[in-house]
Design a protein around this ligand. Structure first.
Ligand code: 6LW
Length: 558
């Protein structure tokens, strides 16, 4: 995996042996002590090389945060990096990650955890929370974003990012993708209220706007100039933005000025990151854009950005994901991203000392009575419909179904992070009336999902069912009658196909059917989100007593 490193190990061992050999002519030693010394030197060389290995690793794998994690923004407090993503209709909102090395990220929670911070009304996959920015200034963390389904731009703040964040501080300047820049006790806000990037000064504690919004750059002519961030380096104010739209034409451009108000001059080498050109047309990564820059404690510069991985032709399903690239500054003081403005899945570059995280367990068994931060709900969920009973996650069936663009169905989901994966659950439907159902959904959004579920039948029996919902097309693909009791549901994902299986004894899975991935891809279904794997329960009746007990959820990706 790390070829430069293995050659470093062998170079270092050879070096030790040569140093030893150089001494032999003048030194009289017995053959045994000679062999002993040789062994010791070899061991010493190996130990030195291994300690090198743990500290100065080369290379990493992109995306650094796989699955639907778009619009990354990053800040640093000492040796700690924090990163946020947009979250649209999901609650809690704005996933928050921590890392020591920019490569290994642990989700430590969300910034928006209370309905008072995140009213989602009837937000869909084009609604709710758009691109956030995270910044750290004088002991306080700020996260600023847009709730396009509510009152627009706001910020929240905290001194402990692992704890609670403040109530929203609402802002006057509109547009999307707000960002903050702090200097000399002043706080500047940039966003894109018109066509172009606008700047104003604000009081970040009250939200008060302290001067008129002023347009400072229009970008280089690409559509949707957005995602602005300001940085200062060596007396220049740099304004980084994205253009071209978040699809295949996406790109990152930059301008600079000696004065924060401008005028801003364009980098003659723009765009500094894009996969729209010939040199990346065959890349497995497309749509690179929406970026943020960060300087590490060792002085190195890095960029986080979003991109997607097409599968099944030009379709992508996992949403826009978070990628990392090294940045250097050229002799004219412009940033250069990974040499040629493209990124790769395998990045063979020097990195910060790496701090790998413990591998995530495949099984969530619900026994500790709480859900990890990877689990989210659709819009403002109803906590009373989610309980833990006898080690199971108990989901109460309600009449809000998965096709409903309003309200919050009983649903809890986590992101599909790998193109090839297997997800399995074991569940039992209880106190159900005819037509009530619960199961596992491969969910893009309301009108685009594949459902594998257990349905109650009129005669006291139950059936395992595979159904698709594609806009106005609803179709039951297959239905198999089963005795009452526990059922295991399994979905396997690959480039082209989701395959759906069931078992009743926990081991002998039978395939119920297959569905093509592209019908629920972003290119077919639309939206800004990515596939969630959800557990859900639905009833036809508003007074239903039905619920489903889910014993575990296994997720394994390749
Ligand atoms: C986000 C904009 C963008 O606000 O898509 O890719 C929008 N970039 O900057 C929604 O994620």
């Amino acid at each position: 995996m790390y070829p430069p490193f293995s050659s470093a190990v062998s170079r270092s061992i050879t070096g030790c042996c040569e140093w030893y050999r150089g001494d032999t002519e003048e030194t009289i030693v017995s053959e045994e002590s000679n062999a002993f010394m040789r062994k010791m030197m070899l061991l010493l060389g190996l130990a030195l090389s291994l300690s090198c290995f743990s500290q100065n690793r080369q290379g990493y794998q992109n995306p650094v945060i796989p699955g639907f994690h778009p619009d990354p923004s990053i800040c640093r407090a000492g040796d700690d990096f924090y990163l946020v993503n947009s979250s649209f209709q999901y609650f809690p909102g704005v996933p928050l990650f921590h890392s020591k090395d920019l490569i290994n990220w642990e989700q430590i929670g969300h910034c928006l955890t209370r309905p008072s911070q995140l009213p989602l009304h009837d937000a869909g996959p084009w609604g709710g929370i758009y691109a956030p920015t995270i910044r750290y200034n004088s002991g306080t963390f700020y996260m600023i974003t847009t709730n396009v389904s509510d009152k627009g731009n706001f910020l929240v703040h905290t001194t402990d990012p692992r704890g609670e964040w403040s109530e929203p501080v609402w802002l006057k300047q509109g547009g999307i993708d707000p960002s903050l820049y702090f200097e000399d006790g002043k706080c500047y806000l940039v966003s894109n209220p018109g066509v172009g990037i606008y700047l104003c000064e604000i009081n970040p504690k009250t939200g008060e706007q302290l001067n008129e919004s002023k347009r400072i750059w229009n970008g280089t002519g690409g559509r949707h100039p957005e995602g602005p961030h300001i940085y200062k380096k060596d007396g220049w104010y740099y304004l980084l933005i994205s253009e071209g739209g978040t699809e295949y034409g996406h790109k990152v451009t930059i301008a600079r000025s000696r004065d924060i108000d401008g005028p801003y001059e364009e980098n003659p080498a723009n765009p500094i990151l894009t996969h729209i050109n010939k040199n990346a047309q065959n890349s497995p990564i497309q749509g690179t854009g929406h970026a943020d820059l960060i300087q590490a404690p060792d002085g190195s510069w890095w960029m986080v950005c979003l991109a997607f991985r097409p599968q099944s032709g030009n379709h992508h399903l996992l949403g826009r994901e978070t990628f990392l690239a090294p940045v250097r500054w050229d002799k004219n003081a412009w940033p250069v991203v990974n040499g040629d403005g493209t990124i790769a899945l395998q990045m063979d570059v020097p990195t910060l000392p790496q701090h790998p995280l413990a591998p995530k367990p495949a099984r969530t068994d619900f026994k500790n009575g709480k859900l990890g931060p990877e689990w989210v709900h659709i819009r403002n969920y109803h906590p009373e419909n989610y309980t833990f009973a006898s080690g199971n996650l108990r989901l109460k069936a309600t009449s809000v179904n998965l096709n409903n663009g309003k309200g919050s169905p009983t649903f809890v989901g986590r992101r599909q992070e790998h193109i090839d994966f297997t997800a399995t659950t074991s569940m039992q439907l209880k106190k159900a009336a005819s037509g009530d159902e619960a199961g596992l959904t491969v969910y893009m959004f309301e009108p685009s999902h594949y459902d594998l579920f257990v349905k109650q039948l009129a005669d006291g029996k139950q059936a395992v069912v595979l159904r698709y919902q594609l806009n106005e097309l609803t179709h039951t693909e297959k239905e198999v009658i089963l005795p009452q009791g526990k059922v295991q549901l399994r979905v396997k994902g690959s480039n082209e196909i989701y395959s759906f299986e069931y078992a009743t004894n926990g081991k002998d899975f039978k395939e119920l059917g297959r569905m093509n991935t592209r019908y629920i891809s972003t290119e077919t279904a639309g939206g800004f989100t990515g596939i969630m794997l959800g557990l859900y329960a639905v009833s036809g009746s508003q007074t239903s007593k039905a619920y489903a007990d889910f014993e575990y959820f296994d997720y394994e990706g390749k």
